[in-house]
Every structure is written in structure tokens, then in C-alpha cells.
Design a protein around this ligand. Structure first.
Ligand SMILES: [Zn+2]
Length: 441
């Protein structure tokens, strides 16, 4: 299959910097095989031609931290302190079946597709079995939707407990059933220092090293977490995780709101990527991550929405906007976290965190064809003074018209081509009712 995306304004890298240039993008099977000046190829040479006139063609965004099945908690547990919020969500979470997780994950995927996310890193606290379709929970939803994801089963409890063993085995079976799949990938996901004992983190490290699997974990999200780990172990949450050797794996660590200077030094030294989640952190009253210090230290930063229980949206454009504004506001420095920084977090930073530098997060020859088209005739893109600034400060995500993942068009003119959107809304509304979540305002 050969596809031509012609005459678009293409966001490319020129050295370390972004540039927007008029180009034709040639896709063959799952790869971008050429980025050419317009007119060098003819339409007849292709199976499909997409006219990208007045469109920005850019890499699909990478959501480096979320919980896709939590879409069902959107606007359900708001305005609560962190642990009150967690307990309210956990109560309903325990009632969710695998099929519930499947439909709720698809609901998140719809929102991601409609706002430009082509790849996400997921942590699911509910089970997923190694089968396709609804019973496969998150992996089934990713497989059926055409999306790309790195899927983690949330791991908790001491390593030797039957619960921890069962979850890890379910995860490994799910992973094995998708062996060789280009899009459905897996990541070990111990939950957090306060829920994952050292024995579990050591077990995860061993499994990750043996099988070559990366890991993701929440770290230093709240004051209560920092105080608890300090009280019980006499160290910071980052030191606690470092002590177990988990950072010997490629790790995408989420939050790091409370990271200290010495924590940042550990993150830098161990090559840990940090997924910042500014909206979730603010909504739960947890504060602001030291993004300026992490940037200065050279820590690889990427961007996550977190789950809908604590953010209420999977829209990475909103997250980019907040990521820039809140750290400027919090540091009192308008140059802190500029538009290029946040677009980088949501593209190249995410790719690097997943060991996919050069393959994801860029429009370049040889990269995987994970692309989005953005309508530049929408008012927020007029005039076209600086399109990178526009992505960060003006866009809202609804300007994304078309999406390609792994060379397949999964959304065209905002219509999802891979599954029935309406059925997902019906299923999720019925699920919220059944789980007793609707308050009927
Ligand atoms: Zn999270």
C-alpha cells in the first residue's frame, strides 16, 4: 500500500529545531519513505492520495501517561483531596469487568484520536486477558481501534503474594498473545512507591531485564506519598525506587511533582524519562513539578494527561497549553517551558522515553507513519505567524481532521474508520448507569 499526503505544511526537524515546510509525504506500508518537495511524484503512482493543502502535517502526539479505562470516571470524583479521590474511584473500579475496561478504553481512544494522539502509555488497574475483543480489555481496544499503545497492568502488593503473581502472569500472557504485533506493545507498570513494595519492584526489575521490557510507575505525586515513604523508609520516593534497581530498566516515571534537587540528579544519572501531568497535578491539588530544573538538568521530559478520573480529558493539546502556562506562572519566568519545549515533550520526548527515537514523534524518512493533519483554515491558525506557537497557545485539538497510525488511516475528516463510535457512547452511558455513577443533575 502506497499513500501520498500531498501539498501539506509539514512540521519537520532541521537539526534540533522545528521547521514548517511545504512537502509531499510518501508512505509505504507502515513507514514514511520520502518527504519530498511538491511535484516530484505523480498521483497515479499511489493507491491513495490525501490532499493536505492548507493542512499542517505533523507527527501524532504521544500521551506518555494515562489510564484509558478511566474514561468512565470523567466528572465523577471531582474536587476531592488526593486519597479521598483515590478511594472513591477504587470502589467503582473494583466493580468493572474486563468488557467494561474494553469499552471505556475505546472511549478514551476516541477522544485521543479526535485530538491528535496516535500513541499512549497506559496503566490499567483492572485485569486484561490474553484474547482479542472485549475480553481483552485495554489490549483488545488498542488492537481493534488501530491505535498504538504501550500497555501496563498496574502491579501492587509484595512479590510473593498470589495477587501480585496473578497480575504479573496475566500481563505476561497478554503480552505473549500480541508478540510480533506492531502497535500493541507492553510495559511493566508497578503502581507507585506507596503501593508497590520493594520486593515487587525488584521482581519487576528482574522480569524487565530478562525479557527486555521497559517500565512505568507513578513517583512523588503528592506530599502524603513523600511523607509516608520518608516515615517508613527514611528516603524520598525517588530514592526508594532507585534502591530497588528499577531504574536499570528504561523507565517512564509519571508526575515527579515533589522531586528534590538530589532526586533530579538520580533521574538524570539513571536516564529516567519523566512524564509530566500538569492538569492532573493541579486538579488534585498536588502542585507543580520542577520542570524548569528537570529541563536544565537534561532529564528527558514527555507529557501525559493521566486518567480521566483526575483530569477529565485525554486532550494533549490542552495539556500542552497548561504545561507551558503553569510553569511560567509558577516560576515567574515567561521564558520557562516555551512552545517548542511542549511540542517536543508531546512528540520527540515521548518517542525517546519509549526507546523509539527517530521512529516515532517525527515526520522523517524511515520513521513510522504515525501522522495527523490539522486544518489551518480554522480561526485559531490565522494568521500563520508561528505554527508551533499556535499548537501550544491557540489550538484546542478539534482542528485535527485526519489520523494515520502505522501507515493506516484510522480517522478521515474526523470520522473514525476502525470501529463504531456511537456504540462506544451507548455502552459507556449504560455502564455508568449500571455502576451507579450517574447523579442525574
Ligand atoms: Zn496515573
Amino acid at each position: 500500500m502506497r499513500t501520498l499526503i500531498k501539498n501539506g505544511e509539514v512540521l519537520v526537524m532541521e537539526g534540533e529545531d522545528f521547521a514548517v515546510v511545504l512537502r509531499d509525504v510518501v508512505v509505504e506500508d507502515k513507514y514514511i519513505c520520502e518527504v519530498l518537495k511538491p511535484g516530484e511524484v505523480r498521483d497515479e503512482e499511489f493507491d491513495k492520495v490525501i490532499d493536505a493543502t492548507d493542512k499542517l502535517v505533523m507527527p501524532g502526539l504521544i500521551n506518555a501517561h494515562t489510564h484509558a479505562y478511566m474514561s468512565i470516571f470523567r466528572n465523577y470524583a471531582d474536587d476531592l483531596e488526593f486519597f479521598d479521590w483515590l478511594h472513591k474511584v477504587e470502589k467503582v473500579e473494583d466493580e468493572m469487568t474486563e468488557e467494561d475496561c474494553y469499552w471505556a478504553s475505546l472511549l478514551s481512544i476516541i477522544e485521543m484520536m479526535k485530538t491528535g494522539t496516535t500513541c499512549f502509555v497506559d496503566m490499567c488497574m483492572r485485569s486484561g486477558r490474553a484474547v482479542a475483543g472485549p475480553e481483552g480489555a485495554v489490549s483488545g481496544a488498542v488492537n481493534d481501534s488501530g491505535m498504538r499503545a504501550y500497555i501496563g497492568r498496574g502491579l501492587v502488593e509484595e512479590a510473593e503474594t498470589p495477587g501480585a503473581q496473578r497480575r504479573l502472569n496475566e500481563f505476561l500472557a497478554d503480552m505473549e498473545s500480541y508478540a510480533g504485533n506492531d502497535r500493541v506493545k507492553f510495559i511493566l507498570a508497578p503502581h507507585a512507591p506507596y503501593s508497590a513494595p520493594m520486593s515487587l519492584l525488584k521482581l519487576v526489575r528482574g522480569v524487565g531485564l530478562e525479557r527486555g521490557i521497559p517500565a512505568t510507575i507513578h513517583i512523588a505525586e503528592s506530599d502524603a506519598e513523600v511523607e509516608g515513604i520518608r516515615r517508613d523508609f527514611g528516603m524520598s520516593p525517588v530514592e526508594y525506587v532507585a534502591e530497588t534497581g528499577l531504574f536499570d530498566l528504561p523507565v517512564v516515571a509519571a508526575h515527579l511533582v515533589k522531586a528534590t534537587d538530589s532526586d533530579i540528579e538520580i533521574l538524570r544519572e539513571k536516564g529516567v524519562s519523566v512524564a509530566i501531568n500538569p492538569r492532573s497535578n493541579m486538579k488534585l491539588g498536588n502542585g507543580f513539578a520542577p520542570v524548569d530544573k528537570m529541563l536544565a538538568a537534561g532529564v528527558n521530559l514527555c507529557l501525559g494527561t493521566d486518567g480521566d478520573g483526575s483530569n477529565n480529558t485525554q486532550n494533549l493539546f490542552q495539556e500542552m497549553n497548561f504545561a507551558s502556562l503553569v510553569y511560567k506562572g509558577n516560576t515567574g519566568r515567561a521564558k520557562c517551558v516555551d512552545a517548542e519545549d511542549v511540542v517536543r515533550f508531546a512528540t520527540i520526548g515521548g518517542a525517546k522515553a519509549l526507546g523509539m527515537e527517530g521512529l516515532l514523534g517525527v515526520v522523517a524518512k524511515g520513521a513510522l507513519a504515525d501522522l495527523i493533519l490539522i486544518d489551518l483554515t480554522e480561526p485559531e491558525f490565522v494568521p500563520r505567524n508561528n505554527l508551533v506557537s499556535a499548537l501550544c497557545y491557540s489550538a484546542n485539538g478539534s482542528e485535527v481532521t485526519t489520523m494515520m497510525v502505522n501507515g493506516e488511516v484510522v480517522m478521515e475528516d474526523r470520522k473514525i474508520l476502525t470501529f463504531d463510535e456511537e456504540e462506544v457512547y451507548e455502552r459507556c452511558n449504560a455502564m455508568a448507569k449500571r455502576l451507579g455513577m450517574e447523579v442525574g443533575l
